[in-house]
Structure formats: structure tokens, C-alpha cells
Design a binder for this molecule. Structure first.
Ligand SMILES: [Zn+2]
Length: 263
């Protein structure tokens, strides 16, 4: 499921392929991913415009297409972007295709159709209405401490709560906790100032490193939990078998030896 690093990678991909070209049409192959707009209306409002710039917040990507006109993309479970040259065939699961004046296209590919495409007028207003917290890579240490200091509950659930901090999902939350050597059910109120600082550093490191590697799982360091998580997985640090537990409705993987549960 695309989390902050994947969406940042899509943003950079879109910026490097699709900005500043005139949109001549929008093909909607499956309107299921459109939110609060019809296929006809989407095409009508974008035709003749250019994608001018983009902005990411958490797992949302906003692409400016004019004054008070932003295309909002959310990648759900399986969505991604694919830029197609003139003669390239769009993937079968491309749901919406933006066609440019030079005959190249940008496809919103989404096998499971949990993705979302919408036109909005104002990004800040959208973030407020959704109640989204600040972006995980946009906050300072003092903001991070203030947010976590105000809440109680299992650390993993706090990291996943998009209303507190936006962008961290299940996989990277596990990775951050593994790096910080904290058990996912650790009560956040028990963390010391030092712990919070370590957690903040781990958060930035994991997200930034994943972005730098373009979130290519084959390139992620072997010292990361992500490349080992699963039933037969062993901890890359101590060699113990990894454990899993359902926390906040999501399956967490961790090493019970390296990430001790505090009593
Ligand atoms: Zn271990």
C-alpha cells in the first residue's frame, strides 16, 4: 500500500514526466476511482490546461492545474502512475489516462481500485476537512514531541493515526519501530524525552532512505525489517524468528528480542 515514500516517488515521477504539457483529453476507463466528479466533468475541466506543479501531504498528491483547481490523487492499496510514450500501450488496469498534446499520456493504474481522483479548489481546506495532521517529513522534533506527548495508546497505533501525523502506514511504521528498538505496543506516555528523539530520528531516516532508494524493495538495505518480514522471517540484527501481532487492526511484525515490550 503506497505510503509517504511511495507517494513522494510518484510525485517526483510526475514532476519529471508530465508537468507543463497541455492536456488534450482525459480518458476514464473506470469511473469507480473518481470521487465527487463525473468522467465528463473531469475531462471538461482539465482539457486545455497544464499540470503546473505538485504538492504532497502525507499519502495525498495534489497537482495544480490552474487557479483554484487541483487534481487530488490518492493511491489506495495498489495505484501507481505510468507515463506512456506515443506508441506504448496502457496497462489493462489503467483507470484514468491523461492525454497530452504531444501524444504522450499519464496513466493512473490501479488494480484493486481503492485509489481516488478528485478535483478540489483548495488544498489547505481539504486537509482541514479531512482532519489530517502535519506531514511526517514536514514536522520538527519539537512538534513531534508535542503531538506524541498529548496522546496515550500503543505507539504503533499513534504512528498510523493520520490525524496526528500524516504519511506513515503499516510497513514503514514497523520499520521505524524496529530501527528505534521499540515494541509496537509500547505505551506512548511512557517514552522519555530521549526515546522521543530516537523515534523522531528513526522516522526521518526510514522515510528519507526509502525515498532515496525510490522505494524499490530490491534495493532496501538487508538490515531492514521490511526485507525479512513474514512467517519464516528472521531478525536481521539478532537472527531470532520475527513475531507478528494484530495492533489497531493491522498486522505488525517485530523482533521480540530487539524490541522489548516494557513492563
Ligand atoms: Zn532481533
Amino acid at each position: 500500500m503506497p505510503e509517504l515514500p511511495e507517494v513522494e516517488t510518484f510525485k517526483r515521477y510526475l514532476d519529471s514526466t508530465s508537468l507543463h504539457q497541455r492536456i488534450v483529453g482525459v480518458q476514464v476507463r473506470d469511473a469507480y476511482v473518481l470521487k465527487r466528479i463525473s468522467a465528463r466533468e473531469l475531462a471538461r475541466r482539465l482539457k486545455g490546461r497544464r499540470l503546473e506543479s505538485s504538492h504532497r501531504h502525507g499519502k495525498h498528491l495534489f497537482v495544480r492545474a490552474g487557479d483554484q483547481l487541483w487534481l487530488r490523487l490518492h493511491f489506495g492499496m495498489t495505484a501507481s502512475l505510468e507515463y506512456l510514450n506515443r506508441d506504448e500501450v496502457a496497462p489493462k488496469t489503467a483507470r484514468v489516462i491523461f492525454c497530452f498534446a504531444d501524444n504522450c499520456r499519464l496513466a493512473f493504474d490501479d488494480q484493486r481500485k481503492f485509489g481516488e481522483i478528485e478535483l478540489i479548489e483548495n488544498v489547505d481546506e481539504f486537509l482541514q476537512t479531512r482532519g489530517l495532521g502535519p506531514d511526517a517529513l514536514g514536522i520538527s522534533l519539537s512538534q513531534f514531541k508535542a503531538i506524541l506527548g498529548k496522546h496515550r495508546g500503543a505507539l504503533k497505533a499513534i504512528l498510523l493515526n493520520q490525524e496526528l501525523i500524516a504519511g506513515i502506514g503499516n510497513l514503514y511504521a514497523d520499520e521505524i519501530l524496529f530501527r528505534a528498538r521499540m515494541h509496537p505496543v509500547t505505551e506512548v506516555a511512557r517514552l522519555s524525552d530521549n526515546d522521543l528523539q530516537g523515534l523522531f530520528r528513526a522516522t526521518r531516516y526510514v522515510l528519507q532512505r526509502a525515498i532515496a532508494l525510490k522505494t524499490d524493495f530490491n534495493c532496501l538495505p538487508k538490515s531492514w525489517l521490511l526485507t525479512h518480514r513474514g512467517r519464516a522471517g528472521r531478525c536481521p540484527r539478532c537472527g531470532d524468528g520475527l513475531k507478528s501481532e494484530t495492533i489497531g487492526g493491522r498486522t505488525s511484525w517485530f523482533c521480540a528480542y530487539c524490541q522489548k515490550r516494557s513492563s
